[in-house]
Write a protein that binds this ligand. Sequence first.
Ligand SMILES: *[C@@H]1O[C@H](CO)[C@@H](O)[C@H](O)[C@H]1NC(C)=O
Ligand SMILES: *[C@@H]1O[C@H](CO)[C@@H](O)[C@H](O)[C@H]1NC(C)=O
Ligand SMILES: *[C@@H]1O[C@H](CO)[C@@H](O)[C@H](O)[C@H]1NC(C)=O
Ligand SMILES: *[C@@H]1O[C@H](CO)[C@@H](O)[C@H](O)[C@H]1NC(C)=O
Ligand SMILES: *[C@@H]1O[C@H](CO)[C@@H](O)[C@H](O)[C@H]1NC(C)=O
Ligand SMILES: *[C@@H]1O[C@H](CO)[C@@H](O)[C@H](O)[C@H]1NC(C)=O
Ligand SMILES: CC(=O)N[C@H]1CO[C@H](CO)[C@@H](O)[C@@H]1O
Length: 380
Amino acid sequence: MISPTTSLFVLGALAKVTSAKTTTFTQPAAAPTDTSTFYVGASNGSLPRSATVPGLVFDRFIQIWLENTDYSAAAAQPAFQTLSQEGITLSGYYALTHPSQPNYIAAAGGSFWGLASDDEVTIPANVSTIADLLDAKGITWAEYEENMPTDGYLGDSFTNPDGYTYYMRKHSPLVSYDSVNQNPARLARLRNFNDFAYDVGNNTLPQWFFVTPNMKDDGHDTGVAYASDWLNYWLVPLLQDTNFNTPRTLILLTFDENGNYAINNEIYSILLGGAVPSNLKGTVDNTFYTHYSTLSTVQNNWSLDNLGQGDCNATLANVFQFVADVTGYKNNGMTNGTNLPLLNITGTIPGPLNPSYPAPWPTPDTSCIGAGGGGFFRSK
Ligand SMILES: *[C@@H]1O[C@H](CO)[C@@H](O)[C@H](O)[C@H]1NC(C)=O
Ligand SMILES: *[C@@H]1O[C@H](CO)[C@@H](O)[C@H](O)[C@H]1NC(C)=O
Ligand SMILES: *[C@@H]1O[C@H](CO)[C@@H](O)[C@H](O)[C@H]1NC(C)=O
Ligand SMILES: *[C@@H]1O[C@H](CO)[C@@H](O)[C@H](O)[C@H]1NC(C)=O
Ligand SMILES: *[C@@H]1O[C@H](CO)[C@@H](O)[C@H](O)[C@H]1NC(C)=O
Ligand SMILES: *[C@@H]1O[C@H](CO)[C@@H](O)[C@H](O)[C@H]1NC(C)=O
Ligand SMILES: CC(=O)N[C@H]1CO[C@H](CO)[C@@H](O)[C@@H]1O
């Protein structure tokens, strides 16, 4: 006999699957390189063209984050299977915690500061981020936030004229940092998708950028099958566009977190782009990575300073192995087969953004050399 609890659970699970299947993907624009009135805010013009700072392995790093999907669910999608043949599948990549927002914040600043919610937060101006490390070397950067109406928009969300809330601030990695949100020049780097169309059209995309699809396209409200349709619409053609993907471009396609909090936080991730050596296309790398690996890999590639936070944690910040193989950087040897830390913990990690377990702003590890070899970043 099925207990009432069990049958309710089954019904809930079925309802979720059904709604994900019945939502049909709608193209937001004629092509990813086109502007669209659906994006509401006009473009502010394309970014200025600036000199490329060469890296050791790549000259451009693009991150594209989808939402809330277990590794196995993404691996079952044909879109991911096809893309995996064009790159390196990372079978040991983990998110850091739950829910969404702390993962995005950690990818920018090297910590989620104890945060366990999607509520709007701000982080003091003396806390450095990846933007400081890149600016110090003249490496251009931006975020592209789909359906964010205007550049540097500071609202918690944005609802389109059709009544649907497509943009959420919680999925923007840099906006919570006062060093960004109080600086107009930096706010102009938090860009909308009409800007993306101009930047890609004019070949002025920056060297480091983060892509946040809207609440439907990232699978958050719709499921991973819908996100797959978006990838086929958006990413697949852009991989053939030399203003986006050059022979020196590395692209990380990943998720913010998995969906099932009761298992460890493994997420399906693929390294794509022209910087992936052709002999590694279609291979699998089971090195243990987390979102901090995006910081350490970028530091390693451009000889950047570090933040003295999770980017310096020897357990959590392995550099993408094919990059480390070129630069000579030594990873810690942990793989998905070894005993990994539990990264599905949420709510009980102390920090300045955890009202239940408050702790002071952590002092950065100023003695860390870091993957870039430069030491701790000190603002000039
Ligand atoms: C280049 O950017 C300008 C604005 O800065 C815009 O008017 C023009 O349409 C863009 N060109 C392309 C091909 O996107
Ligand atoms: C990674 O390891 C975990 C724990 O052993 C396992 O459940 C999971 O299936 C592994 N992931 C992959 C992609 O093999
Ligand atoms: C930022 O300033 C506060 C005092 O306002 C200080 O306690 C903290 O250590 C500083 N943090 C950093 C990263 O310098
Ligand atoms: C253009 O940029 C300015 C300054 O960064 C900002 O105030 C304005 O809202 C932006 N407009 C759009 C359409 O993004
Ligand atoms: C985290 O995942 C482990 C399995 O890897 C599980 O035993 C544990 O209960 C999970 N923790 C939470 C808080 O759900
Ligand atoms: C590095 O991360 C591990 C795993 O989460 C954690 O146990 C350890 O305390 C961290 N180290 C430092 C110095 O914060
Ligand atoms: C060998 C090489 O290309 N090194 C570059 C690494 O990145 C820094 C920028 O931080 C360049 O100055 C180096 O030339």
